[in-house]
Write a protein that binds this ligand. Structure first.
Ligand code: NAD
Ligand code: GLY
Length: 363
């Protein structure tokens, strides 16, 4: 059984990440190592419960944990107050106190809401992330952003609250459907573009193994992605500066999601489109070459991701982008790629011209 360990170094809030194939049964071992409370509740949706709930229950119960479970509905539309209250209701019913902990088993929706439930119950109880989608393994489970949605927008209510441990079994990705897998790959490619050209090239060379979900290849990709994310979070936990680079392609991507009503595109798919648009803008600003733009586009397409922006009016795109969290004093700020493997955040003076040109060039 292959196991890679790393640490997210945040002083007293530091935590371990374990990455491996077939390591779900070792969850109790990891919890013991981090002195996690002995009374736990696992939060999952019915699908993830049916796939992996038994393995987790067995691991915890055989190690003597007092095990409870809280089932939440599947889907982004349930990442809200009602579900949060369901988790809190469960914790109260089971008599949870500060010597108890939560375990998020599932994708980013479960991780975000369970993390926020942990942050808010009794002013904070410990929790662990056990991510089972590729997106959650390479992004949402690391870094401590927890949230629920508000009817007016995604992730508007939340807290920075770090987990005690992140437990990543890449074998859980075997049951993921092809579209969810591809959507996660968009975030993996993102790490190569913003920080590591040789990783970008490695992804291209190992595309087939990754798409076949080869365990070794997955461990390597997830590990590098987590390392890059951890390094960024370690220097800017609360996104005062550098952490914003994790949002490459997200400003335009969020606009795509918003304009299409959050149903047509998976988040990662919209981000893939956004990264291609940004690559064109970066080229226009002399930050990267035409060959870089082609390489980015081709790699995303090779992972079965969309790269063509849907046909909405430029004003609609601009309107949606001005609601981005990175807008400061009415000015749009974009994460731009400098070549491949480096990036920067820049305030944009004439977004209308730049985006109109980029959208024309992509056609
Ligand atoms: P998700 O949690 O909705 O999971 C996608 C689908 O896959 C769900 O239907 C789920 O039940 C299913 N699933 C989960 N694991 C599975 C498995 N192993 N096999 C088969 N099916 C499985 O979506 P997601 O893409 O994982 O996460 C998206 C959420 O993550 C969004 O709410 C987004 O805001 C959030 N997010 C948070 C951060 C952060 O830093 N906190 C970063 C990125 C995204
Ligand atoms: N997913 C972006 C971040 O964690 O900051």
């Amino acid at each position: 059984m292959k196991l890679k360990r790393m640490v997210v170094g945040l002083g007293e809030r530091s935590y371990s990440i374990w990455i491996g194939g077939g390591i779900l049964p070792r969850l109790s071992q990891a919890l013991q190592e981090v002195n996690f409370p002995k009374k736990v509740a696992v939060v999952f949706n019915p699908l993830v419960q049916s796939l992996y709930g038994g393995t987790v229950a067995e691991s915890l119960q055989s190690a003597g944990y007092e095990y409870h479970q809280i089932i939440i509905p599947d889907g982004e539309e349930h990442k809200n107050w009602t579900t949060l209250q369901k988790i809190h209701d469960g914790l109260i019913a089971y008599g949870f106190d500060r010597q108890s902990g939560l375990i998020a088993l599932g994708g980013g929706v479960t991780g975000d809401i369970c993390g926020f439930a942990a942050a808010t119950f009794l002013r904070g109880i410990p929790y662990v992330q056990v991510p089972t989608t590729l997106l959650a393994q390479v992004d949402s489970s690391v870094g401590g952003k927890t949230a629920i949605n508000h009817p007016k927008g995604k992730n508007l209510i939340g807290a920075f609250y770090q987990p005690r441990h992140v437990h990543i079994d890449v074998d859980t990705l075997q049951s993921l459907d092809a579209r969810e897998f591809a959507a996660g790959m968009a975030e993996v490619v993102k790490y190569g573009i913003i920080r590591d050209k040789s990783f970008f090239e490695w992804l291209s060379q190992n595309r087939e193994a990754l798409q076949k979900r080869d365990t070794e290849a997955l461990i390597r990709a997830v590990k590098r992605a987590c390392q890059i994310k951890a390094n960024i979070v370690e220097v800017d936990e609360r996104e005062n500066a550098q952490r914003a680079i994790l949002n490459l392609g997200h400003t335009f991507g969020h606009a795509v999601e918003n304009l299409s009503g959050y149903r047509t595109y998976r988040h990662g798919e919209a981000v893939a489109v956004g990264m291609v648009v940004i690559a064109h803008i970066s080229q226009r600003l002399d930050l990267c070459s035409a060959a870089d733009v082609v390489a980015i586009r081709q790699l995303l397409q090779a992972f079965d991701l969309p790269v063509m922006p849907p046909d909405y009016p430029i004003d609609a795109y601009l309107d949606a982008m001005m609601r981005d969290k990175k807008v400061l004093k009415g000015k749009l700020r974009l994460v731009l790629n400098r070549g491949i493997g480096d990036c920067l955040v820049r305030e944009i003076d004439e977004p209308a011209t730049l985006f109109a040109e980029a959208l024309n060039n992509i056609q």
